[in-house]
Design a protein around this ligand. Structure first.
Ligand SMILES: [Zn+2]
Length: 172
């Protein structure tokens, strides 16, 4: 990925990239790195099916992913995941650190932002029905034998859903 050219803090032109991938700012002395941004996603399973969402926005509009998104600064990934699911679908989920079954580095969007996608299996709290927000075009519940036919935006979401359904079928 292209290194930073200007200091994100004070706008000074940065020096050449050093051996560790950082670019030093001659003004404030800090070194800047292009580290991946963590994202969180949930495969919410109920009755042998998992909830997937059709993306209403770019990138990958019209294709499917799992509910989730970027976490906020200082936010715990599990809390970030619960927040994203609440915002996108008005659903409460039960999920913990132990439910993280997938960690995939990938690139997001046309400019190739580096992302570390953390995938969780999750369960609904109560009997809520999903009420999609603006960034979700539609939702559907899918079974394992339907997964290969779904147009997932990212292959790792298909594998996350497959794993979550398999574990649920095994009682886990
Ligand atoms: Zn600086």
């Amino acid at each position: 990925m292209r290194p930073y050219r200007f200091c994100p803090d004070d706008g000074a032109a940065l020096e050449e990239v050093d051996g560790e991938g950082g670019s030093r700012c001659p003004s404030c002395g800090r070194s800047w790195y292009r580290n991946p941004a963590p994202t969180v996603g949930a495969a919410i399973v109920k009755g042998g099916r998992a909830l997937i969402a059709e993306r209403a926005r770019q990138p990958k509009r019209g294709r499917y992913d799992v509910p989730g998104g970027f976490i906020d600064t200082d936010e715990h990934p599990v809390e970030g995941l619960k927040r994203e699911v609440r915002e996108e679908l008005a659903l409460e989920i039960e999920v913990s650190v132990e439910d993280c079954v997938s960690m995939v580095p990938h690139r997001y969007g046309d400019d190739g932002v580096a992302v570390l996608a953390l995938g969780f299996k999750a369960q609904l709290v109560g009997a809520g029905e999903p009420r999609p927000a603006d960034d979700v075009a539609s939702v559907r519940w899918v079974a394992t034998d339907e997964l290969d036919a779904v147009d997932f935006a990212w292959p790792h979401d298909r594998e996350l859903v497959r794993r979550a359904l398999k574990d649920a079928a095994a009682g886990g």
